[in-house]
Design a protein around this ligand. Sequence first.
Ligand SMILES: NC(=O)c1ccc[n+]([C@@H]2O[C@H](COP(=O)([O-])OP(=O)(O)OC[C@H]3O[C@@H](n4cnc5c(N)ncnc54)[C@H](OP(=O)(O)O)[C@@H]3O)[C@@H](O)[C@H]2O)c1
Length: 731
Amino acid sequence: MSIDFATLELDSLESAGLKSVPMVLEEFQRRIGEPDITPDAEWAVVDGKMLISRYHFIRVANELKAGDSSHETGVVLKLEQEKLGLADTLFWKPSIETALADDEVRVEVRAVGLNFKDVLISSGAIVEPSSIGRGMGYECSGVITAVGPLVTKHCIGDRVIVSGTGGFFATSVQRSQHVWKMPDSMTFEEGATFPVVYFAAIYSLLDCGHLVKGMSVLIHSAAGGVGIAAIQIAKMVGAEIYCTVSNEEKIQFLMTEFGIPRVDVVLNSLAGEMLHASWKCVAEFGTFIEIGRRDFVGQGTLAMELFESNRTFVGCSSPPSGLASATEAIHKPHRLRDDAAYLFVGGLGGLGRSVTTFLIEKGARHFIFLSRTAGDMSDDDPFVCELEAQDCVATRVSGDVNNYDDVVKAIRTVAMPIAGVLQASMVLRDNSLVDMSWDQWVTATKPKIQGTWNLHNALLREQAEPLDLFFLFSSAGAMTGQWGQANYNAGSTFLDAFVSYRHSLGLPASVVNIGVIGDVGYVSKNSEVLDTLRATSQYIMGESALLDSIELMLKRSVGTANTPQGSALRSYVQRSQIGIGMRSLLPITSPANRTNWRKDPRMLVYRNLEAADAAAAGSSASSDEELTQFLRDVASNMTMLKSAESAALIAREVGKTLAGYLMRSDDELDIGAPLSSVGIDSLISIELRNWIRRRLGADITVLEIVRAESVEHLGEKIQGKLVEKYLARAG
Ligand SMILES: NC(=O)c1ccc[n+]([C@@H]2O[C@H](COP(=O)([O-])OP(=O)(O)OC[C@H]3O[C@@H](n4cnc5c(N)ncnc54)[C@H](OP(=O)(O)O)[C@@H]3O)[C@@H](O)[C@H]2O)c1
């Protein structure tokens, strides 16, 4: 069993290929003697070049930001957000410059208007793709650089105002009817703040409110953008204007600017009680125009008796089509489908649940869970209730993925098409290879091999509509081996190869080779396994690392164009596969390092990275790593979590994050001071809540944040939530 063994792949058996055999053999034998590195086990000769394999290390977050455009030309930058709700994850993403349609123009953007809607999207308050369209930036100005063949009213070089979604682009492609020439006297900055508010005011007051000379109009929030535009429109038609504003300073502003003293039409953006009071202000035959969203979204009620006097209530939550056209979802952001189902094999297991929550965040709403015991799960199960609460439909099918008929049964349980498959089934039967029984081998490999074939074949036969994704949960053991798991690793290796096979058929597929996850999933529930892995100095990941990698791999489901066309290396580079958690807590050169891959020649790049990291940062861990280590430690050590030091550390980290949001330095924020004196508003509270949920894993509400006496107190509250969470998990 301990023979030195290598494979050599030749692209031809002509003399040039054959000549390489003795050279490879010689090199292989020479390396056998090296004490620190084992010889390369995989060789290939392609186009006369000798190839060996090396793992290259990437930061998933950077890859997500860079997207898949690295090989493309005509790349433009677009403002995107890595995590909705976290403003500090905004970044410029390179996107492919699209070709112009007949009636489109390309605008080199010079200025972009920032609207409250952008803030709501960025803070995660608006998530509907139809409302977001092509992304933030609903108005901009710039210069036309190209026009489609049927465009007649614009020329290259025109200075223009643009009203359309996705304005935070370096260049923006828009339909020509959403673009207007700017007067020469207007600056780009003025032009970029014009469309949203003036279109809203014109459409609401003139088209919906039919405001004409002699009528009266009540304008709420009159010193805001829409308010000022509405005053100007109302003055232009000669209406009698009444305004409300929130403070004396704004009253002074309106008096000086427009000569208005301190109603047929009400232009309203106020919510709750104030909406009801304003509704009562509408005169007979008058019109109430609602341009806010809160009571629409919150399903508010309205006093109906006022309709008796021929009053009209107009809902005007979206910018009018043909003007702003913000709702056009021409290029949807990367979202999963809510009108199709996702078949998740083993999705009710540990990692499966966590990944399901992630898929919901990405827009999925219909799930088919297939596993041997899925149907036994009670409707009262907290996970099932949680899915229902998020408007998801979860069909649970008891069946064995190894059995083709069971897979077909699962596919046929829903009437809608299946958009994606996630295959996470796993059965472990660990034993050393020499002692392993045939039954142990088959039991562990079958769900991975036979199960995956069944999913692949059944979907091809049962459904005409192509899948968007076919995602496979593999193991890092498939890359590096793991003692006692030859069967499981062989099954996982099959998954890795299956991705290339599906790509060869032009079908989507991707795979993550997962290392050790310490806070969810099988390993987290088996403390002995976790302790054994810890003893090998293997790095233990948190679930967020897995979710980021899955996001990247879902984006890279499609195999074609993954690698440069025509390259000889094409079939040796698989960008739809990633291994995560390939790190050690000890230096790879340390004699105490017991990871089984430390002598693996494919990991040689790791040594370079380690050396570079040590040089750059000394040996001190960054604050982020400190927090990660803390969370990892307290997850298994309740005494430590309950200590006053833990609450203080949490408070410090929350304080640092909050200081960042408030654009202050860490020491400027007094974590003992009342939160009200810190200057925290509702948007920052939402942002902080999102950070606490993601980074600390504590489910806290905005109200709890706003009501906390101080950051210190908030730290204690979060500590309590974490204790509850871990106790529930343990019990
Ligand atoms: N947790 C980790 O650290 C880790 C590390 C590396 C790789 N992974 C991979 O991640 C995936 C999920 O791991 P996990 O930790 O969540 O494991 P888990 O909690 O044990 O979940 C595995 C799931 O597979 C289902 N399953 C097993 N055999 C099946 C069959 N024949 N047909 C249908 N379903 C079957 C099980 O449900 P039933 O018992 O009801 O059938 C269970 O829900 C696995 O594919 C694993 O290889 C995990």
